[in-house]
Design a protein around this ligand. Structure first.
Ligand code: GAP
Length: 434
């Protein structure tokens, strides 16, 4: 069984991700750029599947949620009103010997740096705050207009609050969902994709009538809903926990907050935050809500669920990793697996088998992401598919040509089953059913 505490699991994962086309360092041929990552052919499938499952649960699965897709760059006044220009900060300390800056709350990095100065004892400056908003300059003539890449996707929901209320049939309580890129000028990106400068978030902003007790119930409801979602998609529950934020660590907008944490090889780490944002944002943007039936006017409170797509991708990969001296398997939930099915002709030099396998491949490919492989022997092909988490492999053999059936091999149990070619679509649909 993969040991979550084995430090080298991160190295194994980063190497597998690069070798098999999940994740590459961004612009690698020029030496890369710290805090940026590119998702390859398998990574984009995994990430898209995570987003698809999230949207299914948080939007399509509910009657009270609508979605939006707001622009990444907004009027800079948004960020002044939201408090991010003042409060999206990291406290940094600076080494007095070599002027290296490290996050003041990162004890591990501070110790590691102190060990680099063997002869002299490193001394640190007082912590100073640095803003994480990424500046961009718009227009071609000077002075160019300064704007920001959004530091959280959330503000795009709030500034559209009135547009959505007036254009859709929503009434409080209701939610607005969004998935999209956010940017933070992180001082110390690291742990592979965990802390990046460009990343994706999947968020729900749920608007409720101000009420201390009821909003606490909504908060608890969404905590459970989000935790259950990760477990339903295969993350082992013993590797998940809630962690409440202490008063001095909460984001500037939060009345109270809880993280969903994962037991990663580099310790328990946040990958989703549930925040009670109260009236903070709508009030700052001078927005309110009028009940269409009673005419009552008030500023709604907001319960937010904010998950990182990249962190979820990383933790789904880590949690699914199984390795022994014989093989490596990503035991990803079939709904998340990049390929659902791999198809092999038993022998690559028998045109009748290749032709039949190709025919099935082209038919299945229309409905399920499917891959064809005729390299090496069957054992090697299974090995290669296990390593990228493909849940089912189909072999077309000489019997197929007579009985119209194929062998389907299950990734996790290694059990093999004969299934009629005309039943394959239904067979996979049934397996992938919610
Ligand atoms: N709208 C609320 C918000 O942005 P957050 O706790 O700052 O809250 C939410 O971020 C989620 O976004 C985190 O739980 C994490 O999964 C992801 N995230 C934040 N910063 C990140 C970074 N530098 N790299 C990757 N993911 C990040």
């Amino acid at each position: 069984m993969a040991d979550n505490k084995t430090p080298s699991l991160m190295d194994k994962m980063a190497s597998l991700c690069k070798r098999r086309g999940f994740i590459f360092p961004s612009s690698e041929i020029y030496g890369g750029i710290q805090g940026f990552w590119d998702y390859g052919p398998l990574g984009v499938e995994l990430k898209n599947n995570i987003k698809k499952e999230w949207w299914k649960k948080m939007v399509y699965g509910r009657e009270d949620v609508v979605g939006i897709d707001a622009a990444i760059i907004m009027n800079p006044q948004v960020w002044k009103a939201s408090g991010h220009l003042e409060a999206l900060v990291d406290p940094l300390v600076e080494c007095k010997i070599c002027h290296t800056r490290v996050r003041a709350d990162n004890e591990e990095a501070i110790k590691a740096h102190e060990n680099e100065h063997k002869d002299e004892k490193a001394q640190w400056t007082e912590a100073k705050s640095f803003n994480l908003m990424t500046e961009v300059y718009l227009g071609v003539t000077e002075p160019k207009q300064k704007a920001y890449l959004r530091g959280e996707i959330t503000q795009g929901v709030f500034v559209n609050f009135e547009n959505i209320v007036s254009s859709s049939r929503v009434a409080i309580p209701f939610g607005i969902a969004q998935i999209g890129k956010a940017f933070r000028n992180e001082i110390t990106p690291g742990n592979f994709t965990f802390r990046s400068r460009e990343f994706e978030q999947m968020e729900l902003e749920y608007f409720v009538k101000p009420d201390e007790e009821k909003s606490r119930e909504t908060f608890e409801y969404f905590k459970k809903l989000r935790m259950d979602w990760y477990v339903s998609l295969g993350i082992k529950s013993e590797n998940l926990r809630f962690r409440d934020h202490a008063d001095d660590e909460r984001a500037h907008y939060a009345r109270y907050a809880t993280d969903i944490q994962y037991n990663s090889p580099f310790g328990w780490q946040e990958f989703e935050g549930i925040h009670h944002r109260g009236e903070y944002d709508l009030k700052n943007h001078k927005l309110s809500y009028q009940d269409k039936e009673t005419g009552e006017k008030y500023i709604p409170w907001v319960i937010e669920t904010s998950g990182g797509v990249d962190r979820a991708t990383l933790f789904f990969l880590l949690d699914s990793y199984y390795g022994d001296d014989k093989r490596v398997v990503l035991k990803l939930d079939p709904k998340l697996a990049p390929y659902k099915v791999a198809i092999f002709p038993l022998l690559a030099n028998k045109p009748e088998l290749v032709e039949k396998a190709k025919e099935i491949y082209l038919r299945l490919k229309r409905e399920f992401n499917t891959v064809f492989d005729d390299r090496g022997n069957i054992g090697k092909r299974y090995f290669a598919q296990d390593e990228i988490g493909t849940p089912w492999c189909i072999t077309v053999d000489f019997d197929t040509l007579k009985d119209g059936a194929v062998t389907v091999r299950d990734r996790d149990s290694a059990k093999q089953e004969r299934v009629g070619i005309d039943k394959l679509n239904e067979w996979f649909q049934e397996k992938l059913k919610d």
